[in-house]
Design a protein around this ligand. Structure first.
Ligand code: AMP
Length: 555
């Protein structure tokens, strides 16, 4: 087995890819392959079995999807009949949807030639039978669903399948799919090319590797835990709780933070506190925490990705990794051992928060690993991103710990840039912030927590009963609705001209004309468009002092 390929990095157009794939890549706006794509695509095009270890957000879906599509297009030139050529397995419905989405994006210019069917949605098998009868080129699904179709005789892989991909391979066994995968192996042809993609090289992956791969190349890229400084900027700002709240309000209301943002806090209560606080300024946010059903969390992330709203408040990064909701467990496809009882429990693992421009640590994370997880929500693929951490005196030692960890012994570099925010320039915001912060009492938070769960469980039922049949209506079910457990004071939603810092007047898009628009839910889409325009440096807008200086010089 070869370790680490010596292949020279190539750009997409040097990889001998079909023009239609190149056009699709250009349409996606991808300028260059990510590291994993550079290394994996040529190897896979050569026909090698590959074990890819790459962190989530590294672009690994396209790293296997591009060669799969290329291979299908090549095979099609000589194929006599339409056949299923590739099977992609992933451990959750949501991941399957995401993979299918990437394949669709990449086949936009050859959608007639390469068709992909996702069998993961838990509908009657018979409903999906007509799709499989047409022998789509690519079938995506969880091992359980795929096996069910094979057993029902709707899916015959033995004759034609040439490519097998298992994504998030480390989760496949730990989610309890072991026996299904083994059973499936017996129903595959004896020769095919296989790809395992995984965030870790756990024992589970090793056993899957010996089961699935033949003489593989292992691509264990020396990727840093975190995106490089050229892609990800780390800011910190020293402030105590009330000042943090004021600054957050001012940054958001003055549109100094643009693009999609995830605000992290350390507890579920705080999550609602921030939501209720911002609600008073007519800043809609969506809450994500471990108390909410996994299905709802995924739906929220999907809506966020679609640009329906711009701000998520997450209680902690673990909420995005583990559902931890006992009510959800057991609902999915049966139980096995203690560890394997919830096959799709890690639904958010691998789920991509797309185009997150900013991660804001309202509460500083409790250790370096948490910081890395949070920061990893932005600067995905080759995109730019920023992390802005609010740090209280008590949290300062944690900041130092993270700085030391990220420096990794390189004393001459500094990780965190000071984000200079002049609090005295937003004095008027302080009063409003104080009012609104105090209005969010413990009781209001508790009520909001209950209300949100009730609302989301209701949504969950609605989701199940209605939206399965009407998937296009899914957008109606928003997760950023106001909870109204704090009395809304209408005047707080406006930013009167006199409180805008003089240095920012005319620069923040707060003209009267825009007033109505900016406070409506449409703001999210509008700002998302603006962000697209500023994609190269999404946090440029955060440089509050920079703005001031420029303006002053002019004067
Ligand atoms: P993944 O690791 O596959 O979940 O991909 C993470 C994100 O990176 C997705 O939002 C992709 O759209 C994006 N991405 C993948 N490849 C590239 C690329 N070459 N350039 C820019 N973004 C990319």
């Amino acid at each position: 087995m070869a370790e680490d390929s010596e292949e020279k990095p190539k750009n997409f157009h040097e990889m001998e890819l079909d023009n239609r794939i190149l056009k699709a890549i250009a349409k996606l706006g991808w300028q260059a392959p990510t590291l994993i794509q550079e290394r994996a695509i040529p190897l896979l095009l050569e026909g090698k079995d590959v074990l890819v270890r790459a962190r989530t957000g590294s672009g690994k879906t396209a790293a296997f999807a591009i060669p799969v599509i290329q291979k299908i297009l090549t095979l099609k030139q000589t194929a006599k009949r339409q056949e299923i050529k590739a099977l992609i397995l992933a451990p959750s419905k949501e991941l399957c949807n995401q993979i299918c989405g990437v394949v669709q994006d990449l086949t936009i210019k050859c959608s007639q030639e390469v068709r992909c069917v996702n069998v993961a949605p838990p509908v009657e098998l018979g409903v999906q039978k007509p799709l499989l009868v047409e022998r789509p080129d690519i079938v995506v699904g969880t091992p359980t669903r795929v096996l069910k179709h094979v057993k029902a005789g709707y899916l015959d892989l033995k004759k034609s399948m040439e490519l097998l991909v298992i994504d998030e391979a480390d989760l496949v066994f730990s989610f309890g799919y072991e026996s299904e995968v083994k059973e499936l192996m017996d129903r595959l042809p004896s020769i095919y090319q296989a790809i395992l993609a995984s965030a870790t090289l756990s024992e589970d992956v090793k056993s899957l590797k010996s089961l699935v791969l033949h003489n593989p190349v292992t691509l264990k890229l020396e990727e840093p835990d975190i995106a490089p400084a050229s892609q990800l900027t780390h800011y910190h700002l020293l402030a105590e709780e009330m000042d943090k709240a004021t600054i957050l309000y001012a940054l958001l209301k003055l549109h100094l933070i643009r693009g999609k943002s995830i605000i992290f806090v350390n507890t579920v209560d705080k999550c609602y506190k921030i939501k209720l606080y911002l609600e008073q300024f007519a800043i809609p946010t969506c809450v994500l925490n471990s108390e909410l059903p996994a299905k709802i969390r995924c739906h929220s992330v999907n809506q966020f990705n679609q640009g329906i709203y711009d701000i998520i408040v997450a209680s902690d990064e673990k909420a995005l990794e583990e559902p931890g909701n006992p009510n959800e467990k057991g609902k999915v496809e049966g139980q096995k051992s203690k560890r394997k009882k919830d096959k799709e429990s890690g639904v958010s693992r691998g789920i991509d928060f797309q185009h997150v421009a900013n991660v804001i640590n309202f509460d500083f994370p409790l250790d370096a690993q948490s910081y890395i997880h949070r920061a990893g929500r932005t600067a995905r693929g080759n995109n730019q991103g920023s992390v802005l951490s609010f740090v209280s005196i008590r949290e300062k030692p944690l900041l130092d710990e993270v700085e030391n960890y990220l420096k990794n012994g390189q004393e001459d570099i500094s990780i965190f840039k000071a984000y200079k925010f002049k609090l005295d320039e937003v004095e008027a915001f302080k009063y409003r912030a104080k009012d609104a912060w105090r209005a969010v009492t413990r009781i209001a938070v508790r009520e909001a927590r209950l209300k949100e769960i009730k609302q989301e469980i209701f949504n969950c039922q609605k989701l199940k009963n209605y939206f399965e049949d009407n998937p296009t209506d899914l957008q109606v079910l928003r997760h950023d609705k106001a909870l109204h457990t704090v009395k809304i004071q209408q005047h707080l939603s406006d930013v009167p001209e006199y409180i805008v810092p003089p240095t920012l007047k005319g620069m923040t898009g707060l003209s009267k004309k825009n007033k109505r628009k900016r406070d409506s839910y449409q703001t999210s889409q509008a700002s998302s468009k603006r962000f697209q325009a500023k994609k190269s440096n999404p946090l440029l807008s955060m440089d509050f002092e920079g703005f001031s200086k420029k303006k002053r010089k002019k004067n």
